[in-house]
Design a protein around this ligand. Structure first.
Ligand SMILES: [Zn+2]
Length: 449
């Protein structure tokens, strides 16, 4: 008897081809068989069953860069003047509490499950233990970090020296690495907020523990200029001179890269994540060149404050940006084909996280989602792969399975209490409203600092 059987579904295979009428069997968290459907499958003994009729099964999406700690900033960043990091994000994160992080993680987990994300990388925030507790319960696969920087002049609540900055992740690692489907990565929040001592300490500790190391990289012109002015080299060249770059380094954004830096990423096996909606205000990454060099590139949302946690939106934006920036210039409509973008959001994301999923084939982690295809905006289609990219949105995801466990069935989330979480969110909203009522924007900023 298998743990879970999905019968009579269309399946997106690793070669990028969708084959109809397939049956998938799952045991002990792994896919054990994928084969053509036969009517007798309806009688096959299984602890749990999902009818795939009218559905398409594909690997779950991996959000390779999000911020749980910014979930409650949704709607507060769009069109804001730069630098939002110093003006909005940092002051807000310095006021986070355990309660706020528990609510943030609950909302983020719900949003991810309901939009087809099965795995995520949190770039690091504060009170991450409270978030980790929620993520363990949610059943999602996650790679989480503590926000790590030792810049002088930060608000007291988040001011750390290099020793304490790394110790935060040590504690998170000891408590949560391997708990549920979570792993813990070391992080460098942003290189201009981290001293050399911290860079080396975090990198050394990550190596000692066989953990990933992640950082925001080459996102702003100001950041690249800081290195050119003070170190006479670009950010990746600087990290490489310290021996920090390797295949376990996850570099978020990577918009402003020199040719030498692109080569360095390939030579060291660095993993890259773009966040299209967020990145649009800063530039278009040279993904065609990164792809050409064989660099593993995934996609991320950069957190709910940057357009929500739907990777379906990110994929569409990414495709549009690539076509405006490169496709139209070269008169090459397939400069970033749908098949490849879907691979970035699935297989590449899992590879970036060091996980063995993102592909529907025997032996791989059973992290899958189903899409309800019997809807006027999806059916019929001459090419289901193109339609997945062009037309599917978060609301079309029916079922979500992580490590063989069903987290959502027919859009009903089974691991978290959606009603209760939304009631808590409403309470928070009322409280925040009363806190800020009557304050001018300037006073609000002062209060936050
Ligand atoms: Zn970020």
């Amino acid at each position: 008897m298998c743990d879970l059987i999905i019968t009579d579904a269309a399946v997106l295979f690793p070669d990028g081809i969708v084959r109809s009428a397939q049956t998938i069997e799952i045991n002990e968290g792994k896919i054990c068989s994928v084969r053509p459907y036969r009517e007798t499958d309806l009688e096959t003994a299984a602890k749990e069953r999902i009818s795939g009729t009218g559905k398409l099964v594909m690997p779950g999406l991996a959000d390779c860069h999000m911020h749980t700690g910014q979930q409650l900033l949704k709607g507060k960043v769009l069109d804001a003047l730069p630098m939002i990091w110093t003006r909005i994000m940092l002051p807000f994160e310095s006021t986070l509490t355990e309660e706020k992080m528990e609510l943030s993680a609950s909302l983020a987990a719900l949003e991810m499950i309901k939009s087809g994300t099965t795995a995520f990388v949190d770039a690091g925030s504060y009170h991450m233990e409270a978030a980790a507790e929620v993520y363990v319960r949610s059943g999602l696969r996650g790679l989480i970090s503590a926000s790590t920087m030792d810049e002088k002049g930060l608000p007291d609540s988040i001011a750390h020296d290099a020793e304490e900055a790394v110790a935060q992740t040590d504690r998170l690692y000891d408590g949560y690495n391997g708990k549920g489907n979570l792993k813990v990565a070391y992080s460098l929040r942003s290189l201009i907020s981290c001293s050399d001592e911290l860079n080396l300490k975090a990198a050394r500790r990550a190596k000692e523990r066989g953990a990933k190391l992640q950082a925001h990289m080459n996102e702003y012109a100001g950041e690249v200029n800081y290195f050119l002015t003070n170190k006479k080299v670009r950010p990746f060249e600087y990290l490489d001179s310290m021996g920090i770059l390797d295949e376990d380094f996850i570099a978020a954004h990577c918009i402003l890269l020199s040719e030498r830096e692109k080569d360095l990423l390939a030579e060291r096996g660095v993993k890259v994540c773009h966040c299209p909606f967020s990145n649009c205000g800063k530039g278009a990454p040279d993904t065609p060149a990164l792809r050409e060099k064989g660099i593993c590139v995934g996609l991320g949302t950069d957190g709910a404050a940057h357009g929500g946690l739907s990777l379906w939106n990110e994929m569409k934006i990414f495709r549009s940006v690539m076509n405006v920036e490169y496709g139209s210039r070269l008169n090459e409509p397939a400069v970033m084909p749908a098949k490849y973008i879907l691979k970035m959001a699935t297989e590449n994301g899992y590879r970036l996280m060091g996980e063995d999923g993102g592909r529907i084939e025997p032996g791989k982690q059973a992290d899958l989602i189903t899409i309800n295809m019997m809807q006027p905006h999806l059916y019929p289609t001459g090419n289901p792969v193109n339609t997945l990219l062009e037309c599917v949105t978060a609301g079309d995801v029916c079922d979500s399975i992580v490590n063989g466990k069903v987290l959502m069935k027919d859009r009903h989330v089974l691991t978290l209490d959606e009603e209760m979480i939304l009631a808590k969110a409403a309470e928070y909203w009322e409280w925040e409203d009363s806190e800020t009522a009557g304050r001018t924007e300037k006073e609000e900023r002062k209060a936050a600092l």
